[in-house]
Design a protein around this ligand. Sequence first.
Ligand SMILES: Nc1ncnc2c1ncn2[C@@H]1O[C@H](COP(=O)(O)OP(=O)(O)OP(=O)(O)O)[C@@H](O)[C@H]1O
Ligand SMILES: [Mg+2]
Length: 593
Amino acid sequence: MSEAPPTISAVDIYWRLLNYVKPYWLVFVVAIIAMLVFAGTETALAAMMKPLLDGSFVERDPHIIKLIPIAFIGLFIVRGIANFITVYGLGWIARNVIRNLRTEMFNKLIALPSRFFDKSTPGQLLAKLLYDVEQVANAATDAIITVIRDSLTIIGLLIWMIYLNGFLSLIILTTVPIIGFLVFKISSRFRRISKTIQQSMGDVSHISSEVIEGHREVKTFGSQEYEKKRFEKVNQQNRHQRMKMLATDAISQPIIQLITVLGLSLVIYLATLPEMLEKITPGSFISFVTAMFMILTPLKRLTKINAKIQRGIAAAQSIFSLLDEKDESDTGTKILDHCQGDIRYKDVSFSYNSTHDKTLDSVSFHAKPGQTIAFVGHSGSGKTTLVSLLARFYSFSEGQIEIDGININELTLSSLRNQIALVNQQVILFNDTIGNNISYGKKNVSNDQIIEAAKAAHAWGFIERLPDGLATTVGQNGVLLSGGQRQRIAIARALLSDAPILILDEATASLDTEAERHIQAAVETLMAQRTTLVIAHRLSTIEKADQIIVMHDGKIIESGTHQQLIAKNQHYAELHRLQFQEKPADTDLSKAT
Ligand SMILES: Nc1ncnc2c1ncn2[C@@H]1O[C@H](COP(=O)(O)OP(=O)(O)OP(=O)(O)O)[C@@H](O)[C@H]1O
Ligand SMILES: [Mg+2]
């Protein structure tokens, strides 16, 4: 995205994530209990050192000697079970949260307005859906295990140490604030870097996906070197940020450990002073030192987990910024069943960007039911924009568009769009069978209906010859079909949808005369009995239109029938003439429009 997403505070993020865990609270409680048990076994392990030395070896109590190995085995069985419950339980919650987040993000993507997609790249969005969600879950699980279990372990061991010797424990405790301060400093740095890493991950996937999708363009324009350089740059950036993270991580750990060891050494030194040795039994001393060393591992994990949590927060921020995007506004309440197809634009003005000039400037026209209105004009004059407003792909503030006399803003989006069949400039097919592509978005369609539509769209001829007929998969974006074939599939799709209004944004790509004839015939079938707004490049379509509207810089500069406009001998006549001068036999207006 071009704009930086609004930052959400870390506390808000924790709360929001916690909401996702709420439905699974029972499992969560069980996991926490298991963590408590685990921490208990750790403390018990250190505590057992005391009777082992004082009891079994020093006093040679036969009763205790027998009990110790059994206690050890028992302890490790309990510890193993507690560990399993923790890891499995939290993992189960995490996978559920991931699934829920993904569903929510996917639903969001479906509900977002066109404007959002104009400013985001698929790569960045995919990175959120695939990479960021996993990050969050991993961070959360690890963080919970470490923060709860390891802290509990540390607390348990500390209590044991204080019980054994308060003075020595106090010395250990003095190192804690120093470590705490360091961790705080390091964490803010981690968080900053994490954010950049996520962005650069998005760039990596964005550039790769462009090269994958545009592999033909890359080859024909010989832009391999350019793409390589572009990729190398973001790849390098990604590495650089990763290394920063790694360096911070690698430096911070030994420093924290060193501080801890300084404390430990001091304790050992003090404990071995003669006065101290008198007060402490060998069992207590060994047990104390054991506990001290056992604290090190969870403490190390506790300082390390921060990097992960920061990564998780950055990822969660990226996810929530998507989830917080506003849905397409759908405040209309009126429902249209099957409209007549009377379309009226009243002084409609629109711009994509408030800082830009108007893309459409006071456009008005009227299409009676069943009429065909053709739009012509130079590339960029606003034709596609004009028709896209009818389906409310963008909201406009000035002017009004009415269908059957009802302001389209008062209609629910679904009932408005149900009235419209759209054949776009760029045909998008889904990686599915031809049959499913034709019946796309329509429920309960029989095979016969699909075949009928395919026939009417002059598509049946080539579909029939395919190895699997309607069941043939078209490949991503219909790569296995020719441009003209794809258009006819799109026409069949529009025919089947049986909507009273047709928007036809003809592709400018020239086709061979055979395909051209087929498509022309298919288009004519499609336009019959529908109100059609057609952005036409084919002369035959235009000549038969009830009204031709000539656009220039977002304004209507001329309108009328073909004969009227030719007789008027102005803009349209000029466009017409230009084309025939250039290429007398060509019936494609696209060169001029
Ligand atoms: N999604 C968008 N965001 C911002 N500006 C846009 C967007 N789509 C189009 N524009 C701008 O609006 C203007 C009109 O574009 P539009 O696509 O409506 O032209 P057109 O008449 O359909 O052209 P063509 O014949 O080439 O299809 C252009 O200047 C274009 O740069
Ligand atoms: Mg266009």
